[in-house]
Design a protein around this ligand. Structure first.
Ligand code: PGA
Ligand code: ZN
Length: 430
């Protein structure tokens, strides 16, 4: 009954209008699961590659090669396998392409299939996906604290400002719904400020306001003003979170701030960011140094790891081995979990476990190219990782994830919202 009977795939389109891979798995009893691959723009060099066709059509981004890999290689390998044995199915997929970057099958082919199998397993057991995940991995579900973008920058906004994400979290909210309500007020307050300054210029890739500012600091100041205009005191219920995405503007320990036309060495960047941590209520900071700057990341963590969450995204690329190595080097204290960075659900859960063992936090995250797929809302809840990063508070590929969390919270009898709990206290209780 739980055996995989058919695997279908098709080309669908993501939030940037680019082609992506959708896979549908049907089991012998008719249960169906579907997964759609997301796509990053500020990608780590060590993450699984999306197989793209190249050439002149569709900006070289078509996925016929990845679809062919699903049809001719993955589908025959997983036919007849038990869909509720996620580990075995993912192992069968990995056996077809053991390369570290999955450049033979394509990470877009493997992730869509792996997610489709997960959904089919939940469907055949008649469970909501978050509950199925918790049962499968023996975790305690909880509704995550949302991390929501107000201004988008970096590679998602033509590098208008260097920093990629200016976000808020509301750890002082009593539940998920309240966290969204507070964020809504901040988001639109930020829009009002920009309109008044004559600086309103649409939104960036993940729906945050386009950062028509003169510096990273001006963006931060505007975010503070927006939080205050929304009736909140920055640093009380609401805290700031940044994704520096430093690999996008730095290599070999040298960082170039485009807007200010300034080059900084690792130590100078650390000092600049440390100044921001002193001046603003920042509770979390992602990729403060580049993916190749291990010394810088360890130094940043030594200086600030006791007072702020330091998240490795491009730096750790959802890779369990890299998380274990970082823990030894005392670099970062949290990992961003993006399933398509590593390629399968099983590997993403391995990374979550490696983080847990190292005492690192874990934040399940979307990509800048997304779709209506809401698997990550269930993954964050089912694993009980505590945090979810999805982008901003507009555009349906983002709102679909937040709205799904509202449904899950209702169905689970509100779950355990970690926002006001001890996790939050350790972030900004410095
Ligand atoms: P990406 O960005 O999906 O474009 O890689 C998201 C992030 O850096 O967190
Ligand atoms: Zn990032």
């Amino acid at each position: 009954m739980t055996a995989i009977a058919t695997t279908l795939c098709r080309r669908v389109w993501d939030s940037r209008g680019h082609p992506t891979v959708e896979v549908e798995v049907t089991l012998e009893n008719g249960a169906l699961g579907r997964g759609i691959a997301p796509a990053g723009a500020s990608r780590g060099t060590r993450e699984a590659v999306d197989l793209r066709d190249g050439g002149d059509r569709l900006q070289g981004k078509d996925v016929q090669g990845a679809l062919a890999a699903v049809r001719s290689r993955i589908a025959p390998a997983i036919l007849g396998m038990d869909a509720t044995d996620q580990q075995a199915v993912d192992a069968a997929i990995l056996a077809l392409d053991p390369s570290p970057l999955k450049d033979s099958l394509g990470g877009n082919a493997t992730v869509a299939t792996s997610m489709a199998v997960l959904h089919a397993g939940a469907a055949v057991q008649g469970k909501p996906l978050w509950r199925y995940i918790a049962d499968l991995y023996g975790t305690t579900p909880s509704i995550p604290l949302p991390e929501i973008q107000i201004f988008g920058g970096g590679a998602h906004a033509g590098r208008r400002v260097d920093v990629q994400d200016f976000m808020v979290m509301v750890p002082g909210a009593t539940d998920f719904s309240e966290a969204l309500e507070v964020t809504n007020e901040i988001y639109f307050a930020a829009g009002d400020i920009m309109a008044r300054k004559g600086r309103l210029a649409g939104v960036a890739d993940e729906g945050g306001w386009w950062p028509a500012f003169d510096s990273n600091e001006e963006t931060l100041e505007t975010l503070i003003t927006a939080i205050e205009l929304a009736g909140e005191k920055p640093g009380e219920r609401v805290v700031i979170s940044l994704d520096i995405a430093a690999s996008e503007f730095g290599k070999g320990g040298l960082y170039r701030l485009a807007l200010e036309d300034r080059e900084l060495e690792s130590n100078a960047l650390i000092e600049m960011l440390g100044g921001w941590l002193d001046a603003y209520p920042i509770a979390a900071i992602e990729d403060p140094l580049g993916e190749d700057d291990a010394d810088g990341m360890a130094e940043f963590t030594r200086q600030f790891g006791n007072r702020v969450q330091i998240i490795g995204d491009d730096y750790l690329v959802t890779n369990a081995r890299l998380v274990r190595e970082a823990a030894q080097e005392k670099a970062c204290n949290a990992v961003l979990v993006k399933v398509n960075q590593v390629g399968t659900i099983t590997e993403a859960v391995d990374t979550f476990r490696a983080a847990d063992e190292a005492g690192y936090g874990a934040i399940v995250s979307a990509r800048s190219g997304e779709t209506e797929d809401v698997t990550i809302s269930h993954l964050a809840t089912g694993l009980g990782c505590g945090q979810l990063k999805v982008g901003s508070f507009t555009r349906s590929e983002r709102m679909a994830k937040w709205n799904e969390c509202l449904r899950i919270a209702e169905a689970s009898g509100s779950g355990v919202f970690v926002g006001g709990g001890p996790l939050a206290a350790t972030w900004w209780g410095a």
